[in-house]
Design a protein around this ligand. Structure first.
Ligand SMILES: *Cc1c(COP(=O)(O)O)cnc(C)c1O
Length: 368
């Protein structure tokens, strides 16, 4: 048993059972005599690992047959460019919903390939909410609409999936693109509502080095921009089942173990209930206190990343030091916002959140 709880925003906590299984299989995977790290990516052992990882993911997220799952590298950040390179299809415009730092990065990268139209923004309230669909304005000649379901830094999460067929200016044919890096598989979601989903693994489903892309097959027929590198064409990887080059094999293996773990937890419906309960422990505590403060509007608060401040920021260092002494690590807020941030992804056990809540109550008692 580990003695600490890791509240890092990413790379983040992984299920202890998964790490233990990886340790047991480290030198000799299933009698193969090899570590997964040493296997040929085209050999039958690794093929069975990647096939199982994909089919478990498909089962968990109920991914329809007309969607491809790709296991890529380069992190979510490279998708900021790969998405416009592959989806613009002669359009000169793409739509981006601006809800914080990650959506801003995605939009500014896309700006190198097309003109970016900001569909909606929550800038006027300091990015502490998500803009309601009625306030969206989708441009008439857009290639797709991109949004960030969970802003990891701001702690703002959409509790609904945008329906572009009823959004102002929208219609049912515009592909919806989502950067799901920080809430992927934390709750059920309807893949059929999306054209493309991408998620870096290191927040909720595995180690850094792997990014998962789920793309509707008809979008693979769009010709990429001229001179798009072979490695940056979705079709390259879709046609070769993510084996065009060497995929991040060990990261895929760990992700596969996380999928098995998720199934054992009861799947996405069950994990969502746990995530709701965990987040509620901290938000209730913050709301009942005048010592702690969370700036995010209640209806749009993230279940994954909880930013909060102390009434006296002079106490920040003491808080972090004492938290660390209690085995509560990585609670420092993002450098751009300060304060604290508790990231409580799927793999953060309830006991970790309870320990944090107890510590926060005690700290408040000792400092007011
Ligand atoms: C962490 C994160 C990224 C960046 O992921 P990398 O793998 O570091 O490129 C992008 N988007 C969101 C929402 C994130 O949380």
């Amino acid at each position: 048993m580990r003695k600490i709880y890791n509240f890092s925003a990413g790379p983040a906590v992984l299920p202890e059972e998964v790490l233990e299984q990886a340790r047991e299989e480290m030198l000799d995977w299933h009698g193969s005599g090899m570590s997964v790290m040493e296997m040929s990516h085209r050999g039958k052992e690794f093929m069975s690992i990647v096939d199982k990882a994909e089919s478990d993911l498909r089962e968990l997220a109920n991914i329809p047959a007309n969607y491809k799952v790709l296991f890529l590298q380069g992190g979510a950040s490279s998708q900021f460019a790969v998405v416009p390179m592959n989806l613009l299809e002669g359009n000169t415009q793409a739509d981006y919903v601006h809800t914080g730092q990650w959506s801003k990065k995605a939009a500014s990268e896309a700006g190198q390939y097309c003109s970016v139209h900001i569909t909606a923004s929550s800038e006027q309230d300091g990015f502490n909410s998500v803009p309601p669909l009625e306030q969206w304005h989708i441009s008439s000649d857009t290639a797709y609409v991109h949004y960030t379901p969970n802003e990891t830094i701001g702690g703002v999460e959409f509790q609904w999936t945008p329906d572009l067929s009823v959004a102002p200016g929208g219609n049912g044919n515009i592909p919806l693109v989502a950067d799901m890096s920080s809430n992927f598989l934390s709750r059920p979601f309807d893949v059929s509502k999306f054209g493309l989903i991408y998620a870096g693994a290191q927040k909720n489903v595995g180690p850094a080095g792997l990014v998962i892309v789920i793309i509707r097959e008809d979008l693979l027929a769009i010709p990429p921009l001229p001179r798009t590198p072979t490695m940056y064409r979705y079709k390259t990887h879709a046609d070769q089942a993510s084996m065009y080059n060497t995929p991040p094999t060990y990261a895929i293996y760990i992700m596969g173990l996380v999928m098995e773990w998720l199934k054992k937890q009861g799947g996405l419906v069950a994990i969502e209930q746990r995530n709701i309960a965990k987040a509620k422990l901290i938000y209730d505590l913050i709301d009942a206190s005048s010592f702690y403060h969370c700036p995010v509007s209640r209806s749009d608060r993230s279940r994954m990343n909880i930013p909060f401040t102390l009434s006296d920021s002079g106490l920040d260092e003491v808080f972090l030091k004492q938290a660390q002494a209690h085995g509560l690590l990585q609670l420092k807020g993002h450098r751009s916002v300060g304060g604290m941030r508790a990231s409580i992804y799927n793999a953060m056990p309830l006991e970790g959140v309870q320990t944090l809540a107890t510590f926060m109550r005690e700290f408040e008692k000792n400092h007011v």
